[in-house]
Write a protein that binds this ligand. Structure first.
Ligand code: NAP
Length: 251
């Protein structure tokens, strides 16, 4: 149903979790995929190994998404390798626990830089490239239920995710003349490293509030990302697609 042959995709934070699942599915469906990692070279190699035999080429490199110049260098490297970028998935992120009265300023800034500044950096460079080359591509930003309803002890995280939602809606209309679609997937709990500690403590309690009755896996989020990035979603723009197992019902 989804065909990504001859499409070039950039996924941020593709070494693990949701990003890794998206990289594998895109490659499986014929795309050339580039992803970055921060620390996990070995896991990145495993993602590439899992894509062996797929039609598309997969490349990766180290790139700290919170560093403007590193992002510029990485985007240029991807363009040099693939010729163009058709789809950008802004996925990399961190989720830290801090009470607001005890939150050190460096924790606040780290979350802003990794979760939000990075989305501006990648979008800035990729949209410039798309506009200059008349590429009618699309962007999928990964937000969160935290950005929709807030999240106690994760106020910095929730603030970045709420910002990603309004960033998505702003660009959906701003980029309409260029025919670049911009959408977001908003996951709730997902079974990845990010939530592993919380899930190990409270899994049964958390599942009780999820009406599908299970904690979604990374692939459960990756498929909706691919849907939004695909031509099947050509009429969808500025949408926040809730993928939270019915945990948070947004109007
Ligand atoms: P994850 O398993 O912790 O993976 C995070 C990914 O981001 C890794 O590839 C990591 O690279 C990369 N990354 C982190 N900091 C980076 C940096 N400074 N520079 C470059 N890459 C960096 O997370 P996940 O659960 O897949 O989450 C993916 C996205 O979904 C995030 O935006 C997250 O906020 C969102 N989300 C997740 C959940 C959940 O329950 N898991 C819920 C809602 C939303 P390394 O491997 O090299 O560290």
């Amino acid at each position: 149903m989804f065909d990504f042959k001859e499409k070039n995709v950039l996924v941020t934070g593709g070494s693990r979790g949701i990003g890794a699942a998206a990289v594998k599915l895109f490659a499986h469906l014929g795309a050339n995929v580039a992803f970055n990692y921060n620390k996990n070279y070995r896991l990145s190699e495993e993602v590439v190994a899992a894509c062996e035999g797929y039609e598309g080429t997969v490349m990766f490199d180290e790139c700290d998404v919170s560093d403007y110049q590193e992002v510029q260098g990485f985007v240029n490297k991807v363009i040099a390798k693939f010729g163009q970028i058709d789809i950008l998935v802004n996925n990399a992120g961190i989720w830290e626990y801090d009470a607001i009265d005890e939150m050190p300023v460096d924790h606040w800034r780290r979350t802003m830089q990794i979760n939000l500044d990075s989305v501006y950096y990648f979008t800035h460079f990729v949209v410039k490239h798309m506009k200059e080359n008349n590429i009618q591509g699309n962007i999928v930003n990964i937000s969160s239920t935290a950005g929709q309803r807030g999240e106690a002890f994760h106020s910095h995280y929730a603030a970045t995710k709420g910002a990603i939602i309004s960033f998505t809606k702003s660009l959906a209309s701003e980029l309409s003349d260029s025919r670049i679609r911009v959408n977001s997937v908003a996951p709730g709990w997902v079974n990845t490293d990010m939530s592993a500690e919380a899930l190990s403590k409270d899994k049964e309690k958390i599942i009780k509030d999820i009406s599908v009755g299970f904690i979604p896996e990374a692939e459960d989020i990756a498929w909706p990302i691919l849907f939004l990035a695909s031509n099947s979603a050509r009429a969808i723009n500025g949408e926040i697609l809730n993928v939270n197992g019915g945990n948070v019902l947004c109007g």
